[in-house]
Design a binder for this molecule. Sequence first.
Ligand code: ADP
Ligand code: MG
Length: 583
Amino acid sequence: MPSNQSIDFKAVFYRLLTYFKSYKSALIVAFLALVIYGLIDASLIYYIQPLIDKGITGDDRSILGVGAVFVLLIFLGRGIASFISTYTMAWVGNHVIRQMRQQLFSKMLGMPVSHFDSHSSGSMISKITFDTEQVARATSQVMISLVREGVTIISLLAIMFYYSWQLSLVFFIVGPLIGLIISVVSKRFRKISKAIQTAMGQVTTSAEQMLKGHKIILAFSGKEKEAKRFESVNNKNRQQAMKLVGASASSTPFIQFVGSFAIAAVLLITSIDGLIDPLSAGEFMALIAAMGSLMRPLKQISKINADFQRGITACASVFEVLDLPDEVDNGSKLTERSVGDLNISKLNFSYLGQEKQALKDINLSIPAGSQVALVGRSGSGKSTLASLLMRFYDHSDGRITLDGTEINDYQLDNLRQQFALVSQQVVLFDDSIANNIAYGALGEVSEQQIYDAAKAAHVLEFSDNLPQGLNSPVGEDGANLSGGQRQRIAIARALLRNAPVLILDEATSALDTESERAIQDALEVLQQGRTSIVVAHRLSTIEHADLIVVMDEGQIIETGTHEALLEKGGAYSQLHNMQSAQG
Ligand code: ADP
Ligand code: MG
């Protein structure tokens, strides 16, 4: 998040204006309605003078009758103007919210994976939900206040000058003083708005954590701990909100108090004989009423600044995300369907901000159509290697080639189309089993194809028991399914994708041995005719691999076939013996 000082308010403001450009006509309608509203408000004050001087103290009673009709009309007109302005401004504002949300969403979709490693999803969500809303609400409010109250203030001042320019001058002594207060207050507003946004992000993050980890929290008796944690961010949010209320609530009476000096001065000056031209009762009343009526718009104007600050800060926070770099996609090479020949040489890799290297001097050749198994302790870099192949992270040191071309030279989408991935964490979308299987299939797929994939991955075994079969919903992130069932769907998805390179990253780890064996057949069929990289969980599943690569601490420490490695009696044979002993 940008610090206050670093926000270029002007630049952000001009950029924000571009969002409103497409809604010019609606804004003009709103603008006119606001002007009319402001004028009507002022005209009420103007008619105090004739009402009093002619109708009350004078002898033209009929003007009171006219006034009766006039009052009705005025309030009707005011109501209509109010409705039109509020409605159109909200219409524009909500369009801007929609547009910004869409942009943020698309932006986040295209951001590098590393961004999400270092930013909590809560803070990102809060940008989409909260910050955009703030932008629109604040800017609409600014426009409403600025135009409507601006017109009211100018008209009221004109009325004052019309009745007595000498007394009106008083306003210009008090005016700048009020301006000074506003500027002091707005600085504080700016600071607090920023803090509120941060606090809001923390509330979302904390809530999200609770919702995601609900079961673990229950299992590890973390209820109190989480409640405490939330209590602290929740309270921080409240404190910031109260600070804002405090600043806003104290500034209003203060400004009004300063304003009351103007009225006091007017009374005082008028009390001194011969100082100014004498005023009629109506003129005097209109003048005092105008001064009193200035208070409300002045108060609104003092809030404008706060709204403006809030809007711009929120806007800056939105733009900050929109300006983040996209995934690097400089390559231009396109391939219809690669052969699947992978080559890795002198590859080193560290995660951003991590001192330890995740991969060290990896050299590996994976010929087209071969099966390579990666084994090793957890944290040895197997998943990292798989991620680099699909360019979830960019490697800058060393080379990875697909069919002889550096993977960075491929167009990113095109490169990823060459892969089908079943990862450790199966992600399912809140949709039917069938649609989850069809997700990411290249081209159109028929129901039969989905059915075949489901059958091969042993999805039918459990989907047949569900009331709607393959069309049963999986629930949010597959909540209705077991880990093994989720993995089978993920495997079916990979089957259907039919890509030249298959990456199975502990794809069967959540399956029991029996189902794993059953699916193994499906996987073997799947691996035929394509390159496959299998991160194995149980060594028994990769004994037939063309090449077994043993990794440790980011390095390749052994390579060979099952037999060769056993014979060698190194790390692999140790792992093997350990697993055999466990059965
Ligand atoms: P494996 O799949 O073999 O269990 P990983 O490739 O997931 O191992 O991890 C290799 C190393 O990289 C570990 O030390 C791990 O802590 C680190 N690591 C993995 N993912 C990230 C990440 N997103 N950010 C920073 N470090 C990571
Ligand atoms: Mg892993």
